[in-house]
Design a protein around this ligand. Structure first.
Ligand code: ATP
Ligand code: MG
Length: 336
């Protein structure tokens, strides 16, 4: 595939910015949504503390990283001593407790990479994933939240990309496409690579926050209120950035060679990570390095067929923004 560095977006691209921003506003969760979420956390806290009085509840994922929409689930991490009990045993016990407290559809999924209890809350209708002692998720939630406070274009871009991915059917890890978390990392890395930069690389700066998770130091600069003007020299609009994002993933990213790394604020080579051959189920065809669990490739779920689907979708999206008369509608047409 030829690299098309010279391609520029259509001159009138900015006329689509108001429509995209209106869509972004409509995706943000309402106050009512947030208060229902808090009620769910309260009732969950009550249930859990009966069995584990010292357990601490952390929200993670999009209900806490500021990338949540009104359709997002609620992700909760319990930090607690499990004693001699394994995490799986604790999750099974938790599932019993939640069932007896009348939560719906309670199911312990103990075979997943990160074992969870999934359930739904009859009061709010929200679905909720609960994990135990997965503090990497708590750390990366804070990292994403801090990035979101530096330049508002990150939230705008990521909401639109997540919305697009859900509607186009490419946000399903169990079918070989990417998680919401992976898409947000792609957005952050993309904005780190703009000229001039829109986002810094917080992990390459002075460490003002550190959290040790299972022997791994999760450290970065978290005084983001000092970085409010960081992206000010870059005047690109959200329409331009959305087009450039899709264009990058359709035509410019070197899938054979590169790994995107929010940790380095750059792309790095598969070679230096030893991600050049398939190991077990990790195919490393599309490589997205987790910022803290650096051995973890968020693109590991992608296979040859889904990589082709993803690239076709990126290409379609770039094309729609480039040529379509009504891109704000066409871009998000559900795939069926
Ligand atoms: P959504 O709005 O779609 O629910 P989300 O950010 O909550 O978006 P989830 O897929 O529910 O995304 O994941 C919740 C959190 O779990 C992520 O924010 C991240 O902290 C963690 N996580 C999800 N997938 C992975 C993964 N493959 N590897 C590591 N952490 C992950
Ligand atoms: Mg979630």
């Amino acid at each position: 595939r030829m690299r098309r560095w010279q391609v520029e977006c259509r001159p009138e691209i900015d006329t689509f910015t108001p429509g995209l921003l209106a869509l972004y506003e409509s995706l943000k969760p309402s106050e009512e949504h947030k208060s229902k979420q808090n009620q769910l956390v309260d009732s969950l806290t009550k249930s859990v503390s009966k069995e584990w009085p010292d357990a601490q509840l952390h929200l993670y994922g999009s209900c806490a990283n500021s990338f949540g929409t009104s359709h997002s689930d609620v992700d909760v991490c319990l930090e607690m001593e499990t004693g001699t009990e394994s995490t799986a045993e604790a999750l099974l016990k938790l599932a019993d407790v939640l069932r007896s407290d009348n939560f719906d559809n309670v199911e312990a999924i103990t075979s997943a990479r990160v074992p969870i209890v999934r359930m739904s809350d009859p009061a709010s209708g929200f679905s909720c994933d609960i994990c135990i002692n997965n503090l990497f998720a708590v750390a990366n939630t804070k990292l994403l939240k801090d990035y979101a406070q530096i330049d508002q274009r990150l939230l705008q871009l990521a909401f639109l990309v997540k919305h697009w991915a859900k509607l186009r059917g490419v946000n399903e890890t169990y079918r070989g496409t990417l998680s919401s978390y992976a898409y947000v990392l792609m957005c952050i890395n993309f904005l780190q690579l703009r000229e001039p930069k829109i986002l810094p690389c917080l992990q390459a700066m002075e460490q003002t926050f550190t959290m040790n998770v299972d022997g791994t130091e999760c450290a970065y600069f978290d005084e983001v209120h000092h970085l409010q003007d960081f992206g000010a020299d870059n005047k690109e609009s959200i329409a331009e950035l959305l087009w450039a994002f899709f264009h990058y993933w359709a035509f410019d990213h070197d899938y054979r060679r590169d790994v995107i790394s929010v940790r380095m604020g750059n792309t790095i080579s598969k070679q230096e990570k030893n991600w050049t051959t398939r190991v077990g189920n990790d195919r490393h065809l599309m490589c997205i390095e987790d910022p803290f669990e650096t051995g973890h490739d968020l693109g590991r779920v992608v296979d040859r067929q889904t990589l082709r689907i993803l690239r076709e979708e990126f290409e379609r999206a770039a094309g729609v923004l480039q040529y379509n008369d009504d891109p704000c509608v066409t871009l998000f047409e559900p795939y069926d």
